[in-house]
Design a protein. Sequence first.
Length: 454
Amino acid sequence: MTIKDKMLNSAKLMALSTELKSLETGTLRTLYGQLFLACEVEGVDIKSFAHEESAQIVDTRNKITELNTLKPDVTGDSVQSKAIAAAETAQRKVKEQGLKSELEKQQSEAGKKLYGKFKGNAFSSVKAVEIVAKIDIGEKKKADLNDKIKSVTNDLPWYLQNPKHTAIGVAVLLCLLFGAYKFYGWYNDPVRVTHRYLAKSENDRAQREKDFAKKNEVEQLNADAKAKEKAEVDAKQAKSAADQRLGIIGKAFSRFSDPASLIVLDTHSLEGFQITLKGKGAKEIIGMLNAKQYARLVGVLNGVEYQEGDVPTMESIKDALGKLVHFDFKLFVTTPGGGILNAEGVKGKPVMAIAFATDSSLSVDLIANWKSDPDGRGFYNDWQIRSGITVVTACDPDKLFERVRAIRNECENRRSDFQKKVELGEMDEEKIRPEIDKFLKIQVENLRKWLLEQ
């Protein structure tokens, strides 16, 4: 190849390279930017295809908007003030141009990704279709130029294949060598060496403080997490304990949900009479028992006002249960038509009550010596839940005393049997309870049958 041919091909290579660069940085970049804007107007989900570029575009636009809102921070009409304002405006314009150039580049990159995604697919936008067609033409032209450049380059010797780049490379290398030499002397200057040592020491100290603060922060976070976890565990345990205590309250007090049901009136001997439980606070207590407001009842019996959601402690429950079974009710017997109970009682028979204790003692007591109602409505006597099932009757005292002695002997024998079963481990308090209830039910029923025969 002659020198003339080498020069012509070299010039041709430069022209083709310049045309290719103009196509890439001019026409195609503009078309890709237009494609992005068209897709943005059409509502295409750009973020899913070009997430990073989309975020950069939004950030650059915001910067341009913020820059446009700025005004020169200068007041006065002096020449100096106007000069400063003009300088600031010029700086802002330069910065704005730079941001706009960056925005165009970002839009072009996003458009390039959109073109790659939708290439060959149908666009709903006529504008986008037109732009894609132009991009296709540009890309085809770009491919043709690359083929021509490759063909021309292959015909040139290696040192002329890119003479511009070769010259630039040599110049850059010389600059780097000279810069390295100057930098070596500057870097090893004693003053700078001392400054670097001091700066490194200060950085190391700051890093140690930072590490120590981070360690303390981590330890505090761990401590907070453990405290939170412990609080949650404590709350669950407290809730579980409260639910358990509520169950105990319900089980303990439900046995006495209707104290009046423990009173049995012998209607054969006391025809027309009525039985009522009275006393100071009796109505309120019976009402709460009937309504199963056991937690509230515990507070009333103990003289404590509980807040909503509070559950009494076990000691409070035990105290309240003891106070309930020992509460001083008044067993009030209403006489038909009113009247005062005299010594002869009813039809010459004194009124008495036989109380069967429902606990494991199985004791049997007689209630007599009634008090007259001040309004003449009947008579009353002291009565407690612990007195147990109470049969109110009018009977010959000698016969009744004899009958009660027989019942006491039977109860004493049964109580001894229960104690022996407990000692032998055959029964416990929970198993004895239904047996006691069954036994007392039979004794009361037998007593009522006996009273019918008197």
